[in-house]
Design a protein around this ligand. Structure first.
Ligand SMILES: *Cc1c(COP(=O)(O)O)cnc(C)c1O
Length: 400
């Protein structure tokens, strides 16, 4: 084992169950370890490096901007920040943005804006936010409270109050959970960390209807599903709905940290000067990298590609459903989850690493692929073959 891997135990918080891989560099769709071994990256830093690693155009703007201006804080105006805000506001449609450095922070801003809205309109009497079981909204205290996974929360209580969790795709449960103190519903269109769990299209439409009827804000956490991951810029576009607030992060800076909270303008305007802020958020460098990422998505038609190839991707992996080891294969675009009958996802992903493929897991039963948008059908076929091999070997070992 590498000395660095040993050293980590001494010097780093023991919070990560990492794979035994010391990564040295990456280029395009490949990652290389310290021994020079190559891995096909089918997790892209948890859905972050959507254009692959070290994209030459991104490196160019990165270098140019780093020489020109990295950071001055939001004490001043920068054209880079305003250009990115304009770009995202247009994609959302009549919105306003706030930039931070991560998904949790993007959600935190959405939650604070919602609280402020409740104070302005209802004197703070409406503050409760309904979220779904199995959701994941981040690691700060408030986003942890929003996250509908009691096992992640139990050692950190007391959590900030004001969150109610409901089962996904159950309209009656939502209706029953709404009361006079409810201000918003917050969901992921497809739960990522929770196991690639879909909102049914009928469900999201009903959620939107209930929100409109009851005067609730609809917040969508698109930190993982946004930026084209599911075949449209925002996943909600495929559901024919529009939220009041949406959050982005993972793919937005292709690896450079940036989060965005986008709200309908009339809601964003409930915030006043001093209500929120961030020292690093929306710095010129992050904004330029995000702008170029958006430009490349458009110029190279990558979202259409994800939408089309995602169908092939899903059909291919669906063939595994005949295997009695596998419960279900589900996904949309370049977001695929393979649910096993047993908690073996980690072991299978370890086997895939031995075979030169990087994948992820969500929970113990689901193996997850979030490849960069630049992979080709031949890459899917390769991963499919390696996964079949891994499964065969795993089953053989289990019987031995
Ligand atoms: C990853 C993720 C987050 C948290 O993002 P961080 O950048 O790790 O804070 C929040 N919501 C969803 C849906 C995510 O997938």
């Amino acid at each position: 084992m590498s000395d660095f891997i040993k050293k980590e135990k001494e010097v780093y918080f023991p919070v990560f169950a990492r794979y035994p891989l010391l990564v040295e560099r990456a280029e395009g769709k490949y990652v290389y370890d310290s021994k020079g071994n190559q891995y096909l990256d089918f997790i892209s830093g948890i859905g972050v490096c959507i254009l692959g690693h070290s994209h030459p155009r991104l490196l160019k703007v990165f270098e140019g901007q780093a020489k020109k201006l990295i950071h001055v804080s939001s004490l001043y105006y920068t054209q880079e920040q305003i250009k990115l805000a304009e770009e995202l506001s247009v994609r959302f449609g009549k919105g306003k943005c706030f930039f931070s450095n991560s998904g949790a922070e993007a959600n935190e801003a959405a939650l604070k804006l919602t609280r402020k809205y409740g104070h302005c309109l209802y004197g703070g009497k409406r503050y409760k936010i309904i979220t779904a079981y199995g959701s994941f909204h981040g690691r700060t205290f408030k986003t942890l409270a929003a996250t509908g996974q009691p096992e992640k929360q139990k050692d950190f209580e007391p959590l900030p109050p004001g969150f109610v969790h409901i089962p996904l795709n159950d309209v009656k449960a939502l209706e029953a959970a709404v009361d006079e103190s409810t201000i918003a519903v917050m969901l992921e269109a497809i739960q990522g960390e929770g196991g690639v769990n879909f909102c049914s299209s009928g469900y999201l439409k009903e959620v939107e209807r209930i929100c409109r009827q009851q005067g609730l804000l609809l917040i969508l956490d698109e930190v993982q599903t946004g930026m084209g991951r599911t075949g449209s810029f925002f996943a909600y576009e495929q559901y024919g709905i529009k939220p009041d607030i949406v959050t982005l992060a993972k793919g937005l800076g292709n690896g450079f940290p940036i989060g965005a909270t986008i709200a309908r303008s009339e809601i964003a305007d409930y915030f006043e000067k001093g209500d929120h802020g961030s020292t690093f958020g929306g710095n010129a460098l992050a904004c330029v990298v995000a702008l170029e990422t958006l430009k490349l998505l458009d110029e190279e038609g990558l979202i259409e590609k994800v939408s089309e190839q995602g169908i092939f991707f899903l059909e291919l992996f669906k063939k595994l459903e005949g295997d009695n080891f596998i419960k279900e294969v589900r996904g949309k675009g370049f977001m695929i989850g393979i649910e096993f009958e047993k908690p073996v996802a980690k072991k299978i992903s370890l086997k895939l690493i031995e075979k030169g493929v990087l994948a992820g897991t969500c929970g113990e039963n689901v193996l997850r692929f979030l490849p960069p948008y630049i992979v080709e059908e031949s890459d899917f076929e390769l991963v499919f073959a390696k996964l079949k091999e891994a499964l065969e070997e795993f089953k053989k070992n289990e019987h031995d």
